[in-house]
Design a protein around this ligand. Structure first.
Ligand code: SF4
Length: 264
């Protein structure tokens, strides 16, 4: 665990990758289009925003991992990372490839929806935070969107089309998931009851984390120690990667004076 900006090699690799990444690859990234349509209050017409997946590729490839644990919406970013790795290897790694082509690693439930049913994102203001206390979690769940087919209490629904159903699949016990499946499809349960169960499951996951977090809130130095040690180990790996990258591109950080021809 480390702070990305404490390992400035990421910025260097990002710059070098940005030189070989065609613009069309970035413009086709689904989250780029989606966020430009959804986030209108910010100016997203910058290279930094368009090139964000290039920085992610640098973040991933710096450590030459074979797998990247991601949510479903990030799979195109891993695919782009693979394309950047392939292109770099074609240009500069003909003898020995410099980078592996990492694969996405998905869980059985790769999508975690936000309270409005869109993907959960701070930019959308639809998040349930790991730090949210129980009353806040319950309140957020209460206003969460559900399967639109359940207009009245007597209308049957489908948990596979409901963001609350997705939360159950991730956080609830198999028994509760079974109760939701039967109850929702037969209109045997109401959404308020169902959301209450989802909130119970979430709170059960969050509370032990929040307990453990208190120690670090009271003494932030403990958290900094972890981050500083993490940044130091990450830096070592990043240094080795950048040495490979510079060598394969024929770049040097050393000043080498021109060879003297003997004349004075
Ligand atoms: S009963 Fe549960 S799963 Fe079904 S629509 Fe309502 S909130 Fe969603």
């Amino acid at each position: 665990m480390f702070i990305q900006s404490h390992v400035p090699q990421h910025a260097e690799l990002h710059l070098l990758f940005s030189m070989i990444t065609p613009l069309g690859w970035l413009e086709r990234v689904p989250t780029y289009k989606e966020q430009r349509e959804n986030i209108t209050e910010k100016d997203l017409t910058t290279y930094g925003f368009l090139g964000y997946p290039v920085l992610q590729a640098a973040d991933i490839l710096m450590y030459k991992g074979d797998f990247v644990p991601v949510g479903e919406d990030q799979v195109p970013h891993v695919e782009l990372t693979r394309e950047i790795a392939r292109r770099f290897n074609q240009f500069y790694g003909k003898v020995t490839p410099v980078f592996p082509e990492p694969q996405p690693l998905l869980t059985p439930t790769p999508k975690l929806p936000g309270t409005d049913g869109r993907k959960m994102s701070k930019s959308y203001g639809n998040t349930i935070m790991l730090t949210d206390p129980e009353p806040v979690v319950r309140q957020k769940l209460k206003t969460m969107v559900t399967d639109p087919a359940r207009v009245r209490r007597t209308d049957p629904g489908d948990p596979d089309k409901c963001p609350v159903g997705d939360l159950h699949k991730i956080f609830s016990s198999p028994e509760t998931v079974a109760k939701v499946n039967i109850g929702c499809r037969s209109a045997g349960i109401g959404c308020i009851e169902c959301k209450g169960w989802a909130a119970d499951a979430l709170v059960q996951v969050l509370q032990p984390m929040q307990e453990r977090r208190k120690k670090y809130e009271e003494n932030p130095r403990l958290a900094w120690d972890i981050l500083e040690a993490g940044s130091a180990s990450a830096s070592k790996v990043a240094d080795a990667t950048m040495a490979d990258v510079r060598a394969s591109m024929g770049m040097s950080l050393q000043y080498e004076p021109p060879k003297s021809n003997g004349s004075k």
